[in-house]
Design a protein around this ligand. Structure first.
Ligand code: SF4
Ligand code: SF4
Length: 223
């Protein structure tokens, strides 16, 4: 299981600045279990957004948002609602946000931070990866994780060493920051590259003492 925590409301609202029409997407997998993106939280978010003057073009919960094929097929009947939206607010872990941002040509905002469990868990076998850093940056990088897509985990790339789109440290790997640039360009979001991402608080990548006292953490640790 991947644990997530909802970002502060002010941060989420800040992401939506200048946008009026929002589609909300929740996850019936880990996010439902975390109490951050299941049906109840999606309904609550819809109400809060409407009270804040936003128009919610549609809201739905998909079983596993980290499954790209599922995301595409489940969203198909809602195409009109998605097209009518300025963006999608994705209420789940970093993997789910990456899967949606890859699958849909819309600006995707992360509503959650992914929390480090410290133990082992089923690995997601797709190209999307999340290091459970505790303060998700996908808002600024077009839904591509800079910690995992860039070999040096640069927060303000690129390093300048890429050649023909490949990483200078691993020629078999696409340069993560070139992918981020192309994604932002595709979604007309290149202005986000002007924002300096400050050094991360890496202490947030440690499981919290509260988390380590849970049975869930113990189960994952021994899994
Ligand atoms: S920035 Fe990357 S590592 Fe951090 S929560 Fe988001 S997807 Fe996970
Ligand atoms: S070439 Fe690209 S992926 Fe490789 S370290 Fe530099 S910025 Fe990161």
């Amino acid at each position: 299981m991947i644990v997530s925590a909802q970002k502060p409301w002010e941060e989420i609202l800040g992401y939506l600045e200048g946008e009026s029409n929002i589609f909300i997407l929740g996850c019936n997998g880990c996010a439902e279990a975390s109490g951050t993106g299941g049906p109840a939280q999606v309904a609550e978010m819809q109400q809060k957004l409407e009270e804040a003057g936003k128009r919610v073009t549609g809201a739905m919960v998909i079983d596993f948002l980290c499954q790209r094929a599922l995301v595409k097929s489940r969203l198909r009947p809602r195409t009109e609602q998605v097209v009518a939206a300025d963006s999608i607010l994705v209420m789940t872990c970093g993997l789910g946000v990456q899967a949606v941002a890859t699958s849909v040509n819309k600006v995707c905002h992360p509503a959650c931070d992914t929390i480090n469990m410290g133990g082992s868990r089923g690995e997601w076998t797709g190209s999307d990866r999340c290091l459970e850093c505790g303060e998700c940056l996908l808002e600024y990088t077009g839904g591509i994780c800079p910690l995992t897509a860039c070999t040096k985990s640069l927060l303000n790339g690129a390093c300048g060493g890429a050649s023909n789109g490949k990483c200078e440290l691993d020629p078999d790997k696409d340069c993560g920051w070139e992918l981020i640039y192309e994604r932002l360009k595709q979604k007309n979001q290149l202005r986000k590259l002007r924002r300096f991402i400050p050094p991360k608080d890496y202490s947030k990548m440690m499981p919290s003492p509260k988390m380590m006292s849970t049975a869930l953490w113990a189960l994952e640790k021994t899994g």
